[in-house]
Design a protein. Structure first.
Length: 205
């Protein structure tokens, strides 16, 4: 069981793009005319990095509660039954294979490309930087979904025998809501938050 968890831990690191998403949230990269929400938040911060401000906020549940759950502790020790791991992977696969690509695709569609922007100009460079990170998110999620299949086959985990749980359905519904009703900047912040909370290095370290 411990070997299985180490395999999962190694494989899931393919989707950790937190540092690159943090790059998008630096004030000198993201703040540009028209982005009122982030600009307003950043002016109230002592640091010029939005992610530092977000991590300093007190939330319910707390970030530590989300990343230090007893489930992850037991999984890290190799003390979870295979059936429980199969259930977890089946739900994560719904998120990774279906909801995540739709969410990131919606963000890409909102990048404000304009034919009048010069190739070397700030607007074009900023938009290309956002596109680069979001495309890498999609590349990595495809690898993760393939990893689910290989891991399930190797350890004989049944990922098809589980129905979508309410928690999974609510989570992916919120992703859909954000992608349809929020701005690109809000969507990037949401994406960063998802990656931060689901970062397995944070969760099991």
């Amino acid at each position: 069981m411990a070997n299985l968890w180490r395999t999962l831990h190694t494989g899931f690191n393919t989707r950790i793009v937190g540092e690159q998403l943090s790059w998008l949230l630096f004030t000198d990269r993201v703040i540009r005319p028209g982005i009122i929400l982030i600009a307003t938040i950043v002016t109230k911060m002592s640091s010029n990095k939005l992610t530092s401000h977000l991590l300093s906020l007190k939330t319910t549940p707390t970030n530590s509660a989300a990343t230090q759950h007893n489930f992850l502790t037991l999984a890290g020790r190799g003390e979870l039954p295979l059936s429980r791991l199969a259930l977890w992977l089946s739900q994560d696969r719904i998120y990774a294979a279906h909801a995540y690509p739709r969410f990131v695709g919606a963000l890409i569609s909102r990048i404000p490309f304009h034919a009048s922007d010069s190739i070397g100009g700030f607007e074009e460079q900023s938009n290309q930087g956002i596109l680069h990170v979001l495309v890498e998110c999609l590349d990595n999620i495809v690898l993760e979904v393939e990893f689910f299949k290989k891991t399930a086959n190797e350890f004989q985990l049944d990922l098809d025998g589980w129905m979508e749980r309410k928690g999974t359905r609510d989570y992916t519904a919120e992703m859909a809501r954000i992608s349809m009703s929020s701005s690109l900047e809000e969507g990037i912040v949401f994406l960063w938050a998802m990656e931060r909370v689901s970062c397995y290095l944070t969760s099991v370290s």
